[in-house]
Write a protein that binds this ligand. Sequence first.
Ligand code: ZN
Length: 203
Amino acid sequence: MKIICIGRNYVLHAKELNNPIPEKPVWFMKPQSAIITKNKPFFYPEFSQDIHFETELVYHICKVGKYIEERFAHTYYDAIGVGFDFTARDLQSEFKAKGLPWEPAKAFDGSAPISKFIPINEIDDVNNIQFSMKKNGTLMQQGNSKDMLFPIDKIISYVSQFLTIKMGDLIYTGTPAGVGPIEVGDKLEAFIGDKLMLKTSIK
Ligand code: ZN
């Protein structure tokens, strides 16, 4: 399986990092080894001094497809969860300035804690999902899928021009504004609506 991540998909977040508003989806990938499940802790790596949280809705792909038309894209996902896209912001800033790839800043072990998934038939409207994140009990991020620049169906249609998506793949759909640093000892909690979905302790 693979993890496809969308960058700059919420206008206010693109602005907070002084990035231009993209005309096409910006995407990158994380490997399977990035995943943390079952609320296991994240161990702060030694190669960065500035790991940031990004809280994102994650869509679970349920069948294989290529060149998927936007109008059929909704048949390619069957469940939604929430995940953290941990980012070594210090490395990413350096790579951006030099025009280098982002992988070392995005694809490292443990950079993708992920919740359990809610089946799509239990969700009223995939384009109106409220989600949020608390760090040590304080609200840090709030988002709604309706504010995505590129909704999930557009993302699937666009990305599947480049690569075949397969059952079990995950799509991280970008973070709303409010990203910030984590430190050893922090406790992060992510919610869909009022439901606590994901807990990650930083060790
Ligand atoms: Zn992200």
